[in-house]
Design a binder for this molecule. Structure first.
Ligand code: NAP
Length: 422
């Protein structure tokens, strides 16, 4: 029996799907002992701190993660950061393979004047803020203005726009962080603009997200009919399936727009951000358009224009990603998910992506090293293991039950550790 040890750094979807692919390759001659190492006291990555709280169905993938974690050869080492006290090189010495699955958590910058003003922030800060990520609890989100502008035309911009334009009482039955619901309930924002620099035919939204907009119960959704008609003409007779599906969904929005609600989500196309205005804080944003410059007065600008991976000591890094060839980085080190291919695709995309990398790992394996594991490297870190995480999970879910929510998240590290019994 060959007994291989694999360390996976990062407990998000890409990490779990890599673990699952390894488990699927186990047979009577070969087992994989998997140690998943996570910086936060809690696993699940973007499923916990990225997916919009009003999309609970997407989070049911966590059941798959917990099944993967129930394998007797799987161990969780949460609350352990790689790169500071323990290096990737140290792991690579101990394990037969190391898989980097650390995602992309840094928001890309527009690089225009005014971007650093108070009231200008990235979705990379706003999304983990409303999701109760321990590192983002104190992000300041000024909602004392009547208008907010979201820059970008992808699903993250859509999530951000919806979270700002929903009636906050709609978040009561969700796992949105309690402090975020309190702040959103005080919000003065009534008009939210989602701005795309190109036309509707190039928008990166996916059609299910567009199709849910007319169903919003307390928000008007405004798309300009002539924008959509012009895009349909530009897309030609045989647009790609996804483009056609998006344009169909947008036509429906443009035709059925409501005006009876207090809150409105507007879409702007062919608006390229040029400058964010203000002295002490954001007062407006200037866009260049086909008809010249257009200024929208607003107190909040949130950019949702893509992400970059955080670089890791000793790991080659370029253009916001870990440098790799089909997931191979160097020696016995591999990368999966957004850190490998950039921030694209839905959660499920990581399944096939990780499976392909795991095939390469299996092909590269030699004789098992059998020279110890992360337990030998841990000195003074307080580790949340799978049993500890299960205690946190159960306590959060139980707290949610009494309040009609899927869970009530604990948002401070110390509280999470105490729930884990540490
Ligand atoms: P994305 O889909 O790549 O969209 C990024 C958007 O930013 C694009 O519209 C892009 O426009 C725009 N952009 C980039 N640079 C810009 C600039 N300098 N100025 C103005 N606009 C700029 O990225 P994302 O929204 O961050 O989403 C990441 C991935 O997660 C996507 O695959 C997404 O589908 C997925 N996701 C899925 C869900 C879901 O399934 N519900 C939810 C959230 C995220 P150009 O096209 O013109 O470059």
């Amino acid at each position: 029996m060959l007994h291989y040890k694999v360390a996976i750094i990062g407990a998000g979807p890409a990490g779990y799907f890599a673990a699952q692919a390894l488990q699927n390759l186990q047979n009577e001659n070969r087992i994989f002992a998997i140690d998943m190492i996570e910086r936060l006291p809690t696993p699940w990555g973007l499923v916990r701190s990225g997916v919009a709280p009003d999309h609970p169905k997407i989070k049911t993938v966590s059941k798959v993660f917990e099944k993967i974690a129930s394998d007797p050869n799987f161990r969780l080492f949460a609350n352990v950061e790689i790169g500071s006290e323990i290096s990737v090189a140290q792991l690579a010495d101990k394990y037969d393979a190391v898989v980097i699955a650390t995602g992309s958590s840094l928001g890309k910058k527009l690089g225009i004047p005014g971007e650093d003003l108070h009231g200008s922030l990235s979705a990379a800060d706003f999304v983990p803020w409303y999701n109760g990520h321990p590192d983002f609890v104190s992000v300041e989100v000024p909602l004392d203005c009547d208008t907010a502008v979201v820059v970008g035309a992808g699903n993250v911009a859509m999530d951000v726009g919806r979270m700002l334009a929903l009636d906050p009482t709609e978040l009561d039955p969700t796992d949105t962080a309690d402090y975020a619901i309190v702040t959103l309930k005080k919000s003065a924002v009534r008009d939210v603009f989602i701005s795309a620099r190109r036309g509707p035919e190039h928008a990166a939204f996916t059609s299910p997200e567009l199709r849910e907009l007319p169903k919003l119960e307390h928000t008007n959704v405004i798309m300009n009919k002539t924008d959509i008609e012009a895009a349909i003409v530009r897309a030609g007779d045989a647009p790609e399936k996804d483009v056609k599906s998006n344009l169909d969904a947008m036509s429906l929005i443009a035709e059925t727009q409501k005006t009876e609600h207090q809150r409105t989500l507007h879409f702007l196309f062919q608006h390229t951000p040029k400058e964010i205005l203000g002295t002490d804080r954001v007062e407006g944003i200037v866009f260049s358009t086909l008809n010249g410059d257009v200024t929208i007065q607003c107190g909040l600008v949130i950019t949702a224009i893509g992400y970059q991976a955080v670089s890791i000591d000793g790991i080659p890094y370029e253009n916001g990603k870990v440098v790799n060839t089909d997931g191979r980085v160097k020696e016995n080190i591999y990368v999966v998910g957004w850190a490998k291919r950039g921030p694209s695709g839905v959660i499920g995309t990581n399944k096939s992506d990780a499976a392909a990398v795991v095939e390469l790992i299996a092909a590269d394996l030699k004789v098992p090293k059998n020279v110890g594991d992360i337990a030998d490297l841990i000195t003074n870190q307080v580790v949340v293991d799978q049993a500890g995480w299960q205690k946190i999970n159960e306590a959060e879910v139980a707290a949610g039950e009494t309040r009609g929510k899927p869970r009530v998240k604990r948002v401070k590290r110390a509280e999470l550790l105490s729930l884990a019994g540490l």
